[in-house]
Design a protein around this ligand. Structure first.
Ligand SMILES: [Zn+2]
Length: 166
């Protein structure tokens, strides 16, 4: 069975079934992948400390139809808030390696303006998609720019908005 090894940032973890854990990783080699740490609590607990959100780890996994983590070794941490890690998980496409983004996330100060630019949504001079005023937010579900007053009108679900103003 083929094994893969890559450095990866842990974006998210959640319990899966009785004792498994499912992880969302942004990996250097493969981009965003969803991977499971399987079945035995022993393995999950052995890996747990190496796979907290915000951790950068060398991850070894096998592909059994879906990715299954067999080993992980923590190397460092990124200075990215839990909320921003969730936003990244929502925003990043599956299985698309992005060397520029990898360098940005692991070696540079976190900046949504820089990240959105790398992902193809340049916030410089961006205008609100509803009213054309200067944009101050990026709305994740529709991947569009909005201004303060349109965000207010759209309601309070701040979970889905990224502030892009300096
Ligand atoms: Zn607007």
């Amino acid at each position: 069975m083929e094994e893969y090894v890559t450095d990866a940032i842990v974006l998210k973890k959640e319990p899966s079934g009785e004792s498994d854990m499912r992880y969302a990783l942004f990996s250097e080699r493969f981009g965003k992948i969803s991977a499971k740490a399987k079945s035995s609590r022993r393995i999950v607990s052995k890996l747990a400390g190496h796979l907290e959100p915000g951790t950068v780890a060398k991850v070894r996994f096998i592909d059994k139809g879906s990715a299954q983590i067999v080993d992980a070794l923590k190397s460092s941490r990124v200075d990215i808030s839990p909320a921003d890690l969730r936003f990244l998980n929502d925003l990043l496409p599956d299985l698309q390696a992005d060397p520029d983004l990898w360098i940005q996330l692991t070696r540079q100060a976190f900046s949504w303006r820089d990240i959105l630019r790398t992902l193809g949504w340049d916030p410089r001079g961006a205008v609100c998609s509803l009213c054309g005023r200067k944009a101050t937010w990026f709305f994740i579900p529709r991947q569009e720019f909005l201004c303060d007053s349109c965000v207010l009108k759209m309601g309070k679900n701040k979970i889905s908005y990224i502030r892009i103003e300096d």
